[in-house]
Design a protein around this ligand. Structure first.
Ligand code: ADP
Length: 181
């Protein structure tokens, strides 16, 4: 199992699963969500609408994850998850960790071996990147090391050098994370 950090655009990743930092409506939004739907084409939204018409009538809860096609993206599937909105009053770290864990479990159920994550919650949801990086890296590390997860490679795709540098620092502190590719 390997954890990689790269600076780049998650929609360009050639992996089995691209994780989307969605919102609970599953019907699209800004940031990564907007980029994935734009680049992946309408098939993704069609499947999201079908999910809303079925089991996810009330939307996807924070911390949960669900898969759709990746449409025209180079990936095979998009796994949508809803990160917690940052709160200074309440510790929502467990929900952010759950996003990562549940995405990996959904990916493993699909038979995926390679998964790309964005920095969930660090955009519109305002989670400080340093804290998000620590939670994300620890959650992925602990999920992959349980042995019950068939995912072999997790790549964090960071938008811009600032986010990359913060993830790099946290990864170094935890002793994980190969070179960028
Ligand atoms: P959230 O609502 O969970 O905060 P956002 O999509 O607003 O999600 O932002 C999450 C992170 O993804 C931010 O750090 C943002 O800079 C980054 N981001 C935005 N577009 C892309 C992209 N195309 N590829 C990778 N990361 C991206």
């Amino acid at each position: 199992m390997r954890i990689e950090l790269v600076e780049g655009d998650i929609t360009e990743q050639q992996v089995d699963v691209v994780v989307n930092a969605a919102n609970s409506s599953l019907l699209g939004g800004g940031g990564v969500d907007g980029a994935i739907h734009r680049r992946g084409g309408p098939e993704i939204l069609t499947e999201c609408r079908a999910l809303r018409a079925g089991h996810y009538g009330k939307g996807l809860k924070t911390g949960e994850a669900v898969a759709t096609t990746a449409g025209r993206l180079p990936a095979r599937w998009v796994v949508h998850t809803v990160g917690p909105v940052w709160s200074g009053d309440e510790d929502r770290s467990a929900l952010l960790a759950a996003c990562h864990r549940n995405c990996l479990h959904v990916a493993a159920d699909l038979g995926a071996h390679t998964v790309a994550f964005p920095a969930i919650s660090t955009g519109i949801y305002r989670w400080p990147v340093e804290s998000a990086a620590e939670i994300a890296l620890e959650a992925v590390l602990s999920t992959l090391s349980t042995g019950s997860c068939s995912v072999e490679l997790v790549r964090f795709v960071l938008f811009g050098t600032a986010a990359y540098d913060v993830f790099r620092e946290q990864a170094d502190a935890l002793g994980v994370g190969g070179d960028s590719v």
